[in-house]
Design a protein around this ligand. Structure first.
Ligand code: CMX
Length: 436
């Protein structure tokens, strides 16, 4: 057993009595109410999911295991020669809530090299798809294709409920370790004439991803930062919730995460990073060589709103301030690409868009989210095929949602099954002033 798995088991054994006690002794304590507008409005803000892996505060933004983004980056061991933590150490942290030692991280880096070997049939599956398939289709299909080797599915019939977490952890770890190579394969296959670069033994995930993508330093740090920032945003967002929901039927990690990726591929969620670049490039085209100014940016934003479209990269279902994931990436840009024209334009949009959205008066949050800034960095380091950007989000998101479903199994979270009502019932309860 690896040190991570042994520590995780201890953590699970420590935690189980807390959940059991809450359920048994305090199960009837009311923590929320549901209004008609919440029932009709995508269950927004209903407190009905439990995770200890991350928490999203309306104002402050995300905390991973209690630490905000700067604290997380500062606490974890950095990669050799890099400024950002290894993704492996972050995986340990997400699963256990503890900062790993140097030895823990080194063992995990070595473990991922073995787990990270992608079966050759996965590449056949990608190649069998039409080449103009969206890269998210390729990623989701590749993940699903590995279901036949699921350790959870194989062990399920002979196993006790308390042990479910073990093969789930194995599947989750296998998947996390394989995702970078699958993503890099999709990239090189689709956009670089199939000129595939094999993984290099001994490198941590960020460095190996940069190597397989064929992008020089500091892209290893970009990858580490990107995957960590995109990992988790508590349980209710579409990709996390979908993964959790599917896993609640005791579907294995492959079925569950493939489904989550399909949710991530929507333009209101992870695809927004692609949409941001698309918006910027069509704006630049309209400018026809003219300099971007606050006036023409403002006009383009209003044109988008007046045509009935959303401003991609702005707004959020929970956050009510600038997303700290946006800020973390902005700080990276200020350090590494301060004079880049695209970065300057994104900054100009940041100065104008919140005012425009506030004036329009619809959105509850006029501030940028993670997707407003992420593409600029990728573009700068030469990754300009922006329909690939959501795949990068998917690799990062795997860390959060796969850690979550491992814990779902550990705590025996049951089948998820909210109740529906009819419109007539809502009308009746509306007339009576509530469901009585
Ligand atoms: N541009 C224009 N209108 C917006 C808007 C934006 N960026 N954000 C919200 N609105 C609109 C909504 O469409 C809604 O309009 P209707 O009343 O006509 O339906 C209204 O403002 C109220 O929405 P809200 O309560 O503020 O936001 P929601 O919780 O419904 O939606 C989100 C959240 C993210 C889907 C929305 O802000 C949006 O569409 N943003 C642009 C897409 C985007 O950047 N998505 C990425 C989010 C982060 C991620 O998951 O990766």
């Amino acid at each position: 057993m690896t040190r991570l798995k042994a520590r995780l088991l201890e953590k699970i054994q420590e935690h189980r009595p807390r959940t059991q006690r809450l359920n048994k002794e305090f199960g009837d304590v009311v923590i929320d109410q549901v209004t008609i507008s919440q029932a009709l409005g995508g269950a927004r803000d209903i407190h009905a999911l439990v995770t200890d892996i991350s928490y999203l505060d309306y104002q402050e933004g995300i905390r991973f295991r209690g630490k905000n983004i700067p604290e997380t980056f500062a606490a974890l061991p950095t990669a050799p020669g890099g400024e950002y933590p290894t993704v492996e150490s972050f995986w340990y942290f997400l699963l256990t809530g503890e900062v790993p030692t140097k030895e823990d991280t080194e063992e995990l880096v070595a473990d991922f090299q073995i787990r990270g070997q992608v079966p050759s049939y996965v590449f056949d599956v990608i190649r069998a798809l039409p080449k103009d398939s969206h890269p998210m289709v390729m990623l989701s299909a590749a993940v699903l294709s590995m279901q036949k080797d699921s350790k959870f599915a194989a062990a399920y019939h002979g196993m006790k409920k308390n042990d479910y977490w073990d093969p789930m952890f194995e599947d989750a770890s296998d998947l996390v370790a394989r995702l970078p190579q699958i993503a890099a394969f999709i990239y090189r296959y689709k956009y670089k004439n199939g000129d595939i670069i094999a993984p290099k033994p001994g490198l941590d995930m960020g460095a190996n991803f940069a190597h397989m993508m064929g992008i020089a330093k500091p892209y290893d740090d970009v990858a580490r930062m990107y995957f960590i920032l995109h990992s988790d945003h508590e349980s209710g967002n579409v990709s996390a919730h979908t993964t959790h929901l599917v896993a609640s039927a005791l579907s294995d990690a492959y079925y569950s995460f493939s489904a989550g990726l399909n949710g991530l591929a929507g333009p209101l969620h992870g695809l927004a990073n692609q949409e941001v670049l698309d918006w910027i490039l069509s704006f630049q085209k309209q400018l026809n060589g003219a300099e971007p100014t606050e006036e023409n940016v403002k006009k383009a934003l209003w044109d988008t709103l007046n045509s009935g479209h959303v401003i991609p990269g702005y707004g959020h279902a929970i956050l009510r301030k600038t997303d700290p994931r946006y800020t973390a990436q902005m700080e990276f840009c200020q350090k590494h690409l301060p004079t880049d024209p695209l970065f300057k334009l994104v900054n100009m949009i940041y100065h104008v868009a919140p005012g425009v959205l506030t004036e329009q008066g619809k959105t509850k949050n006029p501030w940028p989210n993670v997707d407003a800034q992420s593409g600029v960095i990728q573009w700068y380091y030469g990754l300009r095929e922006y329909d690939f950007y959501t795949v990068l989000f998917g690799v990062g998101r795997g860390l959060g949602v796969l850690a979550n479903i491992t814990w779902d199994r550990a705590l025996s979270y049951p089948l998820e099954r909210p109740k529906s009502v009819t419109t007539a019932m809502l009308e009746e309860w509306a007339a009576k002033g509530g469901r009585k």
